[in-house]
Ligand binder design. Structure first.
Ligand SMILES: NC(=O)c1ccc[n+]([C@@H]2O[C@H](COP(=O)([O-])OP(=O)(O)OC[C@H]3O[C@@H](n4cnc5c(N)ncnc54)[C@H](OP(=O)(O)O)[C@@H]3O)[C@@H](O)[C@H]2O)c1
Length: 349
């Protein structure tokens, strides 16, 4: 157990305020030596989530004050270990969910948050299933509790979470109806889902034609008025899992009001005696008050998902690999609404 005292030079991408993607800037600074229980991670892959798209607009629930370094999750190699950390971690590859700070060549993280990435799994491939994989897995198995033979609806089946959820569900023997724009229908079909065009004004009728008896779960990150339509798709015993409010991203205001409105609606549906369930999935639930349990659950679930990547069950959807210094282009691409899977940011060539 020897500690590292050397500093590391890090290149970081800074979000200075509410800006267009090209308003991001690059900063170089010396990281302090890792503290007790910490490591320095060299980034091998990070990525663009919907969260960064909201943070850029100041619309992510509870986001930190500007300026800050965005980057929700990272796959990286330990290059230095602080006091109390096993030095054998150095040189090994891990995944970590950071919420912010990932868009950097090097970053300091808590060793206890690291989840091993299997040897042989490409860093960019692993990156696509870190926050996305945990979110999809936990919503399926811990929140909705879906089972083989069920029918579910996944809104945004081409997205980072959506494309992972479709694959996990298909692997579990579940029939999936996936909404996406028409340009992604072939790909969504290839993932195993029945595609439906979310731009079709009769989308919900179309889903009812496919599942006339109702569905067992709807995974809805869109929110807004159509949440009622999602709710109405459920059969008795079904579960509505809401996990975002994409519909209100471009509306003025902080986004907090939209989230609180969602929570209120879900709570009302859930307590009424209607034989159905509704709730909001929050990746961070339990972190503040039950940290050890939160970490254990995350590690267990991410390990399962990474194992499915390693065994070839999950095909990671890497939309593009873009070097860190071009993070602005990565963000613009992710926001272009043309993407299948996840835009991955990689170290400079
Ligand atoms: N609650 C949690 O703990 C948690 C954790 C992780 C993620 N999330 C949420 O999960 C969602 C997906 O995240 P991600 O990183 O996978 O995003 P992503 O890769 O950018 O995918 C977004 C998906 O949503 C669709 N979409 C975007 N804007 C939309 C709108 N205004 N109306 C309807 N559909 C829209 C996109 O379709 P197009 O490609 O056609 O635009 C795409 O299918 C986000 O809402 C995010 O906030 C929540």
């Amino acid at each position: 157990m020897n500690a590292t005292t050397a500093t590391t030079r890090a290149t970081e991408i800074v979000l200075p305020g509410v800006v267009e993607p090209d308003g991001l800037h690059v900063r170089v600074r010396d990281l302090p030596a890792p503290g007790q229980g910490q490591v320095v991670l060299r980034m091998d892959a990070t990525g663009v989530s919907f969260a960064e798209q909201q943070m850029r607009l100041g619309k992510y629930y509870n986001q930190p004050a500007f300026p800050f370094v965005p980057g929700y999750d990272v796959v990286g190699t330990v290059v230095a270990a602080g006091p109390g950390v096993d030095r054998d971690l150095r040189g090994r590859r891990f995944a970590v969910v950071t919420k912010i700070g990932g868009w950097a060549s090097h970053l300091i993280v808590e060793a206890a948050d690291l989840v091993p990435v299997p040897d042989g799994v490409d860093a960019a491939a692993a990156e696509t299933v870190v926050v996305n994989g945990v979110t999809a897995w936990q919503m399926m198995y811990r929140t909705a509790k879906v089972e083989r033979g069920d029918t579910i609806v996944v809104l945004g089946a081409n997205g980072g979470v959506g494309s992972t959820l479709v694959q996990l569900a298909r692997h579990a023997g579940i029939r999936v109806i996936g909404t996406a724009s028409a340009r992604h229908h072939d790909a969504v079909r290839e993932l195993g889902a029945i595609p439906v065009d979310y731009r079709d004004p009769n989308m919900y009728d179309r889903i009812r034609e496919i599942a006339p008896d109702g569905v067992d779960a709807v995974f809805d990150h869109v929110g807004g008025p159509a949440l009622h339509d999602s709710w109405r798709l459920l059969r008795r015993g079904g579960a509505l899992v809401n996990y975002g409010s994409a519909a209100t991203k471009d509306q003025p205001g902080s986004g907090t009001a939209a989230v609180l409105k969602l929570f209120g609606q879900l709570m009302v549906w859930n307590v009424l005696p209607n034989g159905k369930r509704a709730g909001f999935y929050n990746f961070w639930a339990g972190k503040r008050f039950r940290l050890a349990a939160f970490r254990a659950r995350l590690r267990e679930d991410l390990t399962q998902v990474l194992g499915l990547v390693e065994s070839g069950v999950l095909t990671p959807q890497v939309a593009a690999r873009i070097p860190l210094s071009e993070a602005a282009a990565a963000l613009a691409l992710a926001e272009s609404r043309t993407v299948l899977g996840k835009v991955v940011i990689v170290p400079e060539p």
